[in-house]
Design a protein around this ligand. Structure first.
Ligand code: PHE
Length: 453
Protein backbone atom coordinates (compact mmCIF):
# COMPACT_ATOMS: atom_id res chain seq x y z
CA UNK A 1 0.00 0.00 0.00
CA UNK A 2 1.29 3.46 -0.71
CA UNK A 3 0.48 6.83 0.76
CA UNK A 4 -2.11 9.13 -0.72
CA UNK A 5 -1.03 12.07 -2.91
CA UNK A 6 0.13 10.93 -6.32
CA UNK A 7 -2.48 8.47 -7.61
CA UNK A 8 -3.49 6.07 -4.88
CA UNK A 9 -2.74 2.44 -5.27
CA UNK A 10 -5.20 -0.24 -4.43
CA UNK A 11 -4.14 -3.31 -2.48
CA UNK A 12 -2.04 -5.50 -4.70
CA UNK A 13 -3.86 -8.49 -3.38
CA UNK A 14 -7.04 -8.98 -1.45
CA UNK A 15 -5.04 -10.75 1.19
CA UNK A 16 -2.94 -7.58 1.59
CA UNK A 17 -5.96 -5.67 2.78
CA UNK A 18 -7.17 -8.43 5.06
CA UNK A 19 -3.71 -8.74 6.57
CA UNK A 20 -3.47 -5.04 7.28
CA UNK A 21 -6.94 -4.95 8.80
CA UNK A 22 -6.18 -8.04 10.87
CA UNK A 23 -2.86 -6.44 11.84
CA UNK A 24 -4.75 -3.46 13.21
CA UNK A 25 -7.46 -5.48 14.90
CA UNK A 26 -5.28 -8.15 16.51
CA UNK A 27 -3.24 -6.58 19.26
CA UNK A 28 -3.21 -5.84 22.94
CA UNK A 29 -6.99 -5.69 22.78
CA UNK A 30 -7.11 -9.45 22.28
CA UNK A 31 -4.17 -10.51 24.34
CA UNK A 32 -3.98 -8.02 27.17
CA UNK A 33 -7.40 -6.36 27.39
CA UNK A 34 -9.75 -9.25 26.69
CA UNK A 35 -8.64 -11.57 29.53
CA UNK A 36 -8.75 -8.86 32.15
CA UNK A 37 -12.15 -7.65 31.01
CA UNK A 38 -13.40 -11.23 31.31
CA UNK A 39 -11.82 -11.48 34.75
CA UNK A 40 -13.37 -8.27 35.99
CA UNK A 41 -16.81 -8.95 34.56
CA UNK A 42 -17.58 -12.39 35.88
CA UNK A 43 -16.19 -14.75 33.24
CA UNK A 44 -18.48 -16.44 30.73
CA UNK A 45 -21.33 -13.96 31.27
CA UNK A 46 -19.04 -11.33 29.79
CA UNK A 47 -17.76 -13.64 27.06
CA UNK A 48 -21.25 -14.33 25.75
CA UNK A 49 -22.15 -10.65 25.75
CA UNK A 50 -18.90 -9.82 24.02
CA UNK A 51 -19.53 -12.41 21.31
CA UNK A 52 -23.01 -11.02 20.74
CA UNK A 53 -21.53 -7.54 20.44
CA UNK A 54 -18.90 -8.57 17.95
CA UNK A 55 -21.34 -10.34 15.65
CA UNK A 56 -24.46 -8.19 15.97
CA UNK A 57 -22.94 -4.74 16.50
CA UNK A 58 -19.25 -4.84 15.59
CA UNK A 59 -19.54 -6.56 12.24
CA UNK A 60 -22.29 -4.27 10.87
CA UNK A 61 -20.42 -1.24 12.24
CA UNK A 62 -17.27 -2.38 10.46
CA UNK A 63 -19.23 -2.39 7.19
CA UNK A 64 -20.15 1.23 7.89
CA UNK A 65 -16.47 2.18 8.01
CA UNK A 66 -15.59 0.06 4.98
CA UNK A 67 -18.28 1.77 2.92
CA UNK A 68 -16.99 5.26 3.72
CA UNK A 69 -13.39 4.28 3.04
CA UNK A 70 -13.93 2.59 -0.29
CA UNK A 71 -16.41 5.17 -1.54
CA UNK A 72 -14.13 8.14 -0.87
CA UNK A 73 -10.70 6.58 -1.19
CA UNK A 74 -9.55 8.82 1.64
CA UNK A 75 -8.22 8.51 5.19
CA UNK A 76 -10.43 8.64 8.27
CA UNK A 77 -10.70 12.41 8.49
CA UNK A 78 -10.87 13.23 4.80
CA UNK A 79 -13.16 10.27 4.22
CA UNK A 80 -15.88 11.34 6.60
CA UNK A 81 -15.67 14.93 5.41
CA UNK A 82 -16.05 13.88 1.80
CA UNK A 83 -18.77 11.31 2.49
CA UNK A 84 -20.95 13.34 4.82
CA UNK A 85 -19.62 16.87 4.45
CA UNK A 86 -20.65 19.92 6.44
CA UNK A 87 -20.64 19.63 10.17
CA UNK A 88 -19.65 15.99 10.06
CA UNK A 89 -16.12 17.09 9.37
CA UNK A 90 -15.74 17.58 13.11
CA UNK A 91 -16.22 13.87 13.54
CA UNK A 92 -12.81 13.56 11.92
CA UNK A 93 -11.44 15.73 14.71
CA UNK A 94 -12.90 13.33 17.24
CA UNK A 95 -11.19 10.41 15.47
CA UNK A 96 -7.85 12.18 15.75
CA UNK A 97 -8.39 12.89 19.42
CA UNK A 98 -9.31 9.26 20.11
CA UNK A 99 -6.20 8.03 18.30
CA UNK A 100 -4.13 10.30 20.49
CA UNK A 101 -5.64 9.10 23.74
CA UNK A 102 -5.63 5.39 22.93
CA UNK A 103 -2.08 5.26 21.67
CA UNK A 104 -0.82 7.17 24.71
CA UNK A 105 -1.61 4.33 27.12
CA UNK A 106 -1.49 1.54 24.55
CA UNK A 107 2.18 2.35 24.27
CA UNK A 108 2.67 2.02 28.03
CA UNK A 109 1.23 -1.49 27.88
CA UNK A 110 3.31 -2.14 24.75
CA UNK A 111 6.31 -1.14 26.86
CA UNK A 112 5.40 -3.80 29.44
CA UNK A 113 5.42 -6.35 26.63
CA UNK A 114 8.90 -5.25 25.57
CA UNK A 115 10.07 -5.64 29.16
CA UNK A 116 8.69 -9.16 29.21
CA UNK A 117 10.69 -10.07 26.11
CA UNK A 118 13.76 -9.11 28.11
CA UNK A 119 12.48 -10.68 31.31
CA UNK A 120 11.91 -13.96 29.46
CA UNK A 121 15.39 -13.93 28.00
CA UNK A 122 17.02 -13.37 31.38
CA UNK A 123 14.48 -15.47 33.27
CA UNK A 124 14.14 -12.70 35.81
CA UNK A 125 10.43 -12.88 36.42
CA UNK A 126 10.73 -16.56 37.13
CA UNK A 127 13.37 -15.92 39.76
CA UNK A 128 11.53 -12.97 41.24
CA UNK A 129 7.98 -14.31 41.11
CA UNK A 130 5.57 -13.17 38.39
CA UNK A 131 3.38 -10.93 40.57
CA UNK A 132 6.23 -9.03 42.08
CA UNK A 133 8.00 -8.60 38.76
CA UNK A 134 4.88 -7.18 37.15
CA UNK A 135 4.40 -4.77 40.04
CA UNK A 136 7.92 -3.52 39.54
CA UNK A 137 8.07 -3.02 35.79
CA UNK A 138 4.52 -1.78 35.25
CA UNK A 139 5.01 1.59 36.93
CA UNK A 140 7.68 4.21 37.53
CA UNK A 141 10.94 4.71 35.70
CA UNK A 142 10.97 1.18 34.28
CA UNK A 143 7.59 1.68 32.68
CA UNK A 144 8.38 5.19 31.45
CA UNK A 145 11.53 4.03 29.68
CA UNK A 146 9.79 1.08 28.07
CA UNK A 147 6.97 3.41 26.97
CA UNK A 148 9.59 5.63 25.33
CA UNK A 149 11.14 2.68 23.52
CA UNK A 150 7.77 1.51 22.25
CA UNK A 151 6.91 4.98 20.95
CA UNK A 152 10.32 5.25 19.30
CA UNK A 153 9.65 2.02 17.44
CA UNK A 154 6.27 3.32 16.28
CA UNK A 155 7.73 6.66 15.20
CA UNK A 156 10.62 4.96 13.44
CA UNK A 157 8.42 2.60 11.47
CA UNK A 158 5.90 5.27 10.43
CA UNK A 159 8.43 8.02 9.70
CA UNK A 160 10.62 5.78 7.60
CA UNK A 161 7.54 4.54 5.80
CA UNK A 162 8.52 0.92 6.33
CA UNK A 163 4.95 -0.15 6.85
CA UNK A 164 5.51 -2.71 4.11
CA UNK A 165 7.82 -4.38 6.55
CA UNK A 166 5.05 -4.46 9.07
CA UNK A 167 2.68 -6.02 6.60
CA UNK A 168 5.17 -8.79 6.06
CA UNK A 169 5.56 -9.11 9.82
CA UNK A 170 1.78 -9.44 10.14
CA UNK A 171 1.87 -12.28 7.64
CA UNK A 172 4.19 -14.13 9.98
CA UNK A 173 2.54 -12.87 13.15
CA UNK A 174 -0.92 -14.32 12.69
CA UNK A 175 0.20 -17.91 12.14
CA UNK A 176 2.84 -17.48 14.85
CA UNK A 177 0.26 -16.31 17.38
CA UNK A 178 -2.02 -19.18 16.57
CA UNK A 179 0.82 -21.72 16.82
CA UNK A 180 2.41 -20.43 20.04
CA UNK A 181 -0.94 -19.80 21.71
CA UNK A 182 -2.15 -23.27 20.75
CA UNK A 183 0.90 -24.81 22.42
CA UNK A 184 0.25 -22.81 25.58
CA UNK A 185 -3.46 -23.62 25.51
CA UNK A 186 -2.67 -27.33 25.31
CA UNK A 187 -0.29 -26.94 28.23
CA UNK A 188 -3.00 -25.06 30.16
CA UNK A 189 -5.42 -27.88 29.42
CA UNK A 190 -3.21 -30.28 31.37
CA UNK A 191 -3.31 -28.17 34.55
CA UNK A 192 -5.28 -29.20 37.58
CA UNK A 193 -7.37 -26.03 37.58
CA UNK A 194 -8.41 -26.38 33.93
CA UNK A 195 -11.85 -27.85 34.56
CA UNK A 196 -12.86 -25.15 36.96
CA UNK A 197 -11.42 -22.51 34.66
CA UNK A 198 -13.35 -23.76 31.64
CA UNK A 199 -16.63 -23.64 33.46
CA UNK A 200 -15.85 -20.12 34.69
CA UNK A 201 -14.81 -19.01 31.21
CA UNK A 202 -17.17 -20.89 28.96
CA UNK A 203 -20.36 -21.68 30.79
CA UNK A 204 -22.29 -18.48 31.36
CA UNK A 205 -24.16 -17.88 34.57
CA UNK A 206 -27.30 -16.15 33.34
CA UNK A 207 -28.27 -15.04 36.82
CA UNK A 208 -24.99 -13.18 37.09
CA UNK A 209 -25.57 -11.62 33.69
CA UNK A 210 -29.02 -10.37 34.66
CA UNK A 211 -27.74 -8.94 37.93
CA UNK A 212 -24.78 -7.20 36.39
CA UNK A 213 -25.82 -6.27 32.87
CA UNK A 214 -25.38 -2.60 33.62
CA UNK A 215 -21.65 -3.01 33.91
CA UNK A 216 -21.29 -5.92 31.48
CA UNK A 217 -22.99 -4.17 28.53
CA UNK A 218 -20.71 -1.12 28.37
CA UNK A 219 -17.67 -3.30 29.01
CA UNK A 220 -18.62 -5.61 26.14
CA UNK A 221 -19.35 -2.68 23.84
CA UNK A 222 -16.02 -1.08 24.68
CA UNK A 223 -14.16 -4.34 24.19
CA UNK A 224 -15.97 -5.06 20.93
CA UNK A 225 -15.05 -1.70 19.44
CA UNK A 226 -11.55 -1.65 20.84
CA UNK A 227 -10.60 -5.09 19.61
CA UNK A 228 -12.04 -4.57 16.12
CA UNK A 229 -10.39 -1.13 15.81
CA UNK A 230 -13.77 0.50 15.35
CA UNK A 231 -15.13 3.92 16.25
CA UNK A 232 -12.19 6.07 15.18
CA UNK A 233 -11.95 5.58 11.45
CA UNK A 234 -9.05 3.14 11.24
CA UNK A 235 -11.09 0.85 9.04
CA UNK A 236 -12.08 3.80 6.83
CA UNK A 237 -8.43 4.35 6.03
CA UNK A 238 -7.73 0.71 5.25
CA UNK A 239 -10.83 0.22 3.12
CA UNK A 240 -9.90 3.30 1.13
CA UNK A 241 -7.36 1.20 -0.71
CA UNK A 242 -9.87 -1.45 -1.73
CA UNK A 243 -11.06 -1.92 -5.27
CA UNK A 244 -14.70 -2.05 -6.21
CA UNK A 245 -14.86 -5.70 -7.05
CA UNK A 246 -14.21 -6.69 -3.47
CA UNK A 247 -17.04 -8.09 -1.38
CA UNK A 248 -16.87 -6.01 1.77
CA UNK A 249 -18.93 -8.37 3.89
CA UNK A 250 -16.70 -11.35 3.22
CA UNK A 251 -13.56 -9.37 4.00
CA UNK A 252 -15.05 -7.97 7.19
CA UNK A 253 -16.23 -11.40 8.23
CA UNK A 254 -12.73 -12.79 7.81
CA UNK A 255 -11.28 -10.08 10.03
CA UNK A 256 -13.93 -10.67 12.70
CA UNK A 257 -13.40 -14.44 12.74
CA UNK A 258 -9.60 -14.28 13.09
CA UNK A 259 -9.75 -11.54 15.66
CA UNK A 260 -12.35 -13.23 17.82
CA UNK A 261 -10.61 -16.59 17.57
CA UNK A 262 -7.38 -15.14 18.93
CA UNK A 263 -9.18 -13.54 21.89
CA UNK A 264 -10.95 -16.76 22.81
CA UNK A 265 -7.69 -18.70 22.51
CA UNK A 266 -5.97 -16.25 24.84
CA UNK A 267 -8.58 -16.92 27.51
CA UNK A 268 -7.98 -20.64 27.18
CA UNK A 269 -4.41 -19.98 28.28
CA UNK A 270 -4.94 -17.40 30.98
CA UNK A 271 -7.76 -18.86 33.07
CA UNK A 272 -6.54 -22.41 33.63
CA UNK A 273 -3.23 -20.95 34.81
CA UNK A 274 -4.88 -18.50 37.20
CA UNK A 275 -7.24 -21.11 38.62
CA UNK A 276 -4.42 -23.59 39.08
CA UNK A 277 -2.37 -21.00 40.93
CA UNK A 278 -5.41 -20.27 43.11
CA UNK A 279 -5.63 -16.66 41.95
CA UNK A 280 -9.03 -14.95 41.78
CA UNK A 281 -9.33 -14.13 38.03
CA UNK A 282 -10.44 -10.57 38.78
CA UNK A 283 -7.49 -9.87 41.05
CA UNK A 284 -4.59 -9.27 38.65
CA UNK A 285 -6.62 -6.70 36.63
CA UNK A 286 -4.52 -5.30 33.79
CA UNK A 287 -1.69 -7.63 34.86
CA UNK A 288 -3.65 -10.83 34.14
CA UNK A 289 -1.90 -11.89 30.97
CA UNK A 290 1.56 -11.00 32.23
CA UNK A 291 1.27 -12.67 35.60
CA UNK A 292 -0.40 -15.82 34.32
CA UNK A 293 1.83 -16.45 31.33
CA UNK A 294 4.93 -15.77 33.39
CA UNK A 295 3.68 -18.26 35.94
CA UNK A 296 3.26 -20.92 33.26
CA UNK A 297 6.61 -20.28 31.64
CA UNK A 298 8.41 -20.89 34.91
CA UNK A 299 6.88 -24.34 34.82
CA UNK A 300 7.65 -25.28 31.26
CA UNK A 301 10.66 -26.85 29.69
CA UNK A 302 12.22 -24.25 27.38
CA UNK A 303 10.02 -21.74 29.21
CA UNK A 304 12.43 -18.89 28.56
CA UNK A 305 12.60 -19.57 24.86
CA UNK A 306 8.83 -19.89 24.61
CA UNK A 307 8.56 -16.66 26.61
CA UNK A 308 10.78 -14.76 24.19
CA UNK A 309 8.77 -16.07 21.24
CA UNK A 310 5.46 -15.36 22.93
CA UNK A 311 6.17 -11.80 23.99
CA UNK A 312 7.94 -10.94 20.74
CA UNK A 313 4.87 -12.02 18.83
CA UNK A 314 2.67 -9.98 21.14
CA UNK A 315 4.99 -6.99 20.59
CA UNK A 316 4.61 -7.30 16.82
CA UNK A 317 0.84 -7.52 17.22
CA UNK A 318 0.90 -4.42 19.41
CA UNK A 319 3.11 -2.51 16.98
CA UNK A 320 0.93 -3.26 13.97
CA UNK A 321 -2.09 -1.94 15.89
CA UNK A 322 -0.22 1.09 17.21
CA UNK A 323 0.75 2.02 13.68
CA UNK A 324 -2.88 2.05 12.62
CA UNK A 325 -3.64 4.33 15.56
CA UNK A 326 -0.92 6.90 14.88
CA UNK A 327 -1.61 6.78 11.16
CA UNK A 328 -5.03 8.35 11.71
CA UNK A 329 -3.37 11.33 13.38
CA UNK A 330 -0.39 11.57 11.06
CA UNK A 331 -2.37 11.42 7.83
CA UNK A 332 -4.63 14.13 9.22
CA UNK A 333 -1.65 16.39 9.91
CA UNK A 334 -0.22 15.74 6.46
CA UNK A 335 -3.50 16.40 4.64
CA UNK A 336 -4.64 19.28 6.76
CA UNK A 337 -1.48 21.22 7.40
CA UNK A 338 0.74 19.98 4.65
CA UNK A 339 3.47 18.93 7.07
CA UNK A 340 6.04 16.43 5.84
CA UNK A 341 5.50 12.86 7.02
CA UNK A 342 8.70 12.60 9.07
CA UNK A 343 8.16 15.84 10.92
CA UNK A 344 4.52 15.13 11.56
CA UNK A 345 5.31 11.69 12.92
CA UNK A 346 8.08 12.81 15.24
CA UNK A 347 6.04 15.71 16.55
CA UNK A 348 2.85 13.73 17.07
CA UNK A 349 4.70 10.74 18.49
CA UNK A 350 6.41 12.94 21.06
CA UNK A 351 3.11 14.51 22.08
CA UNK A 352 1.57 11.07 22.48
CA UNK A 353 4.50 9.94 24.58
CA UNK A 354 3.99 12.92 26.90
CA UNK A 355 0.27 12.29 27.20
CA UNK A 356 1.02 8.68 28.14
CA UNK A 357 3.74 9.51 30.67
CA UNK A 358 1.32 10.04 33.63
CA UNK A 359 -0.03 6.54 33.02
CA UNK A 360 3.21 5.15 34.45
CA UNK A 361 2.53 6.74 37.85
CA UNK A 362 0.12 4.07 38.99
CA UNK A 363 -1.79 1.16 37.50
CA UNK A 364 -5.08 2.95 38.23
CA UNK A 365 -4.08 5.47 35.55
CA UNK A 366 -4.32 2.70 32.96
CA UNK A 367 -7.94 2.20 33.98
CA UNK A 368 -8.58 5.93 33.85
CA UNK A 369 -7.40 6.28 30.25
CA UNK A 370 -8.72 2.92 29.17
CA UNK A 371 -12.29 3.20 30.46
CA UNK A 372 -12.58 6.71 29.07
CA UNK A 373 -11.25 5.72 25.65
CA UNK A 374 -12.95 2.39 25.09
CA UNK A 375 -16.28 2.77 26.87
CA UNK A 376 -16.88 6.42 26.04
CA UNK A 377 -14.83 7.72 23.12
CA UNK A 378 -14.95 4.75 20.75
CA UNK A 379 -18.64 4.13 21.37
CA UNK A 380 -19.37 7.81 20.79
CA UNK A 381 -17.36 7.72 17.56
CA UNK A 382 -19.35 4.68 16.48
CA UNK A 383 -22.69 6.34 17.22
CA UNK A 384 -21.86 9.44 15.21
CA UNK A 385 -20.47 7.47 12.31
CA UNK A 386 -23.47 5.19 12.15
CA UNK A 387 -25.84 8.15 12.27
CA UNK A 388 -24.08 9.93 9.43
CA UNK A 389 -23.76 6.90 7.21
CA UNK A 390 -26.91 4.89 7.86
CA UNK A 391 -29.41 7.65 8.48
CA UNK A 392 -28.28 10.68 6.58
CA UNK A 393 -26.40 9.24 3.61
CA UNK A 394 -27.96 5.81 3.39
CA UNK A 395 -28.38 5.83 -0.40
CA UNK A 396 -24.68 6.29 -0.96
CA UNK A 397 -23.92 3.61 1.59
CA UNK A 398 -26.25 1.04 0.05
CA UNK A 399 -24.90 1.77 -3.39
CA UNK A 400 -21.32 1.30 -2.24
CA UNK A 401 -22.02 -1.85 -0.28
CA UNK A 402 -23.53 -3.44 -3.38
CA UNK A 403 -20.33 -3.13 -5.42
CA UNK A 404 -18.41 -6.35 -5.79
CA UNK A 405 -21.43 -8.37 -4.81
CA UNK A 406 -23.24 -10.57 -7.32
CA UNK A 407 -26.62 -10.85 -5.69
CA UNK A 408 -27.72 -9.26 -2.47
CA UNK A 409 -31.32 -10.47 -2.40
CA UNK A 410 -32.27 -7.74 0.05
CA UNK A 411 -29.47 -8.33 2.55
CA UNK A 412 -28.25 -4.78 2.05
CA UNK A 413 -31.55 -3.46 3.36
CA UNK A 414 -31.35 -5.84 6.29
CA UNK A 415 -27.92 -4.46 7.09
CA UNK A 416 -29.16 -0.89 6.82
CA UNK A 417 -32.02 -1.44 9.24
CA UNK A 418 -29.89 -3.43 11.67
CA UNK A 419 -27.45 -0.53 11.76
CA UNK A 420 -30.15 2.11 11.92
CA UNK A 421 -32.11 0.80 14.87
CA UNK A 422 -30.70 -2.04 16.99
CA UNK A 423 -27.03 -1.12 16.56
CA UNK A 424 -27.67 2.52 17.28
CA UNK A 425 -29.94 1.85 20.24
CA UNK A 426 -27.53 -0.61 21.82
CA UNK A 427 -24.65 1.80 21.34
CA UNK A 428 -26.60 4.66 22.90
CA UNK A 429 -27.49 2.53 25.90
CA UNK A 430 -23.85 1.39 26.16
CA UNK A 431 -22.64 4.97 26.06
CA UNK A 432 -25.04 6.01 28.78
CA UNK A 433 -24.00 3.10 30.99
CA UNK A 434 -20.35 3.66 30.12
CA UNK A 435 -20.48 7.27 31.26
CA UNK A 436 -22.22 6.15 34.41
CA UNK A 437 -19.54 3.53 35.09
CA UNK A 438 -16.80 6.05 34.42
CA UNK A 439 -18.25 8.47 36.95
CA UNK A 440 -18.46 5.65 39.44
CA UNK A 441 -14.80 4.84 38.78
CA UNK A 442 -13.82 8.49 39.27
CA UNK A 443 -15.64 8.63 42.57
CA UNK A 444 -14.41 5.24 43.72
CA UNK A 445 -11.03 3.76 42.77
CA UNK A 446 -9.70 6.96 41.30
CA UNK A 447 -10.67 9.19 44.20
CA UNK A 448 -9.06 6.64 46.50
CA UNK A 449 -5.87 6.86 44.50
CA UNK A 450 -5.86 10.66 44.60
CA UNK A 451 -6.35 10.60 48.34
CA UNK A 452 -3.41 8.28 48.75
CA UNK A 453 -1.05 10.69 47.00
N1 PHE B 1 -7.71 -3.23 17.85
C1 PHE B 1 -6.46 -2.94 18.47
C2 PHE B 1 -6.17 -4.04 19.48
O1 PHE B 1 -7.00 -4.87 19.72
C3 PHE B 1 -6.44 -1.60 19.14
C4 PHE B 1 -6.98 -0.49 18.33
C5 PHE B 1 -8.12 0.19 18.73
C6 PHE B 1 -6.37 -0.14 17.12
C7 PHE B 1 -8.67 1.19 17.99
C8 PHE B 1 -6.93 0.87 16.35
C9 PHE B 1 -8.08 1.53 16.78
O2 PHE B 1 -5.13 -4.06 20.06
Amino acid sequence: MSNSSAGRETWATRIGFILAAVGSAVGLGNIWRFPFQVGQNGGAAFVIMYLAFVVLIGFPAMMVEFVVGRKTGLNAVGGIREFAGGRWKYLGGLFVFIGFVILSYYSVVGGWVLRYVLGSATGRYMAQGPGEYFGQISVGMDALLAHAVFMLLVIGIVALGVKRGIEIAVKIMVPAIIAIFAVLAVYAFTLSGAGEAYSYYLSPDLGYLLDNWQSIVPAAAGQGFFTLSLGMGVMITYASYLSEDENLAIDGGTVVVFNTGISILTGLIVFPILFTAGVDPAAPGPGAIFVSVAEALGDLQFGRLIGVLFFTTVAIAALSSAISLIEVVVSYAIDEFGIARERATVFIGTAIFLLGAPVTIDIVMVDLYDIFAAQILLVLGGILLVTAVAWIYADKAIDELGKGVKSFSGLDKVWLWIVRIPVLVVLLVSLYLGIDGFIEFLQGDFAEFLNSL
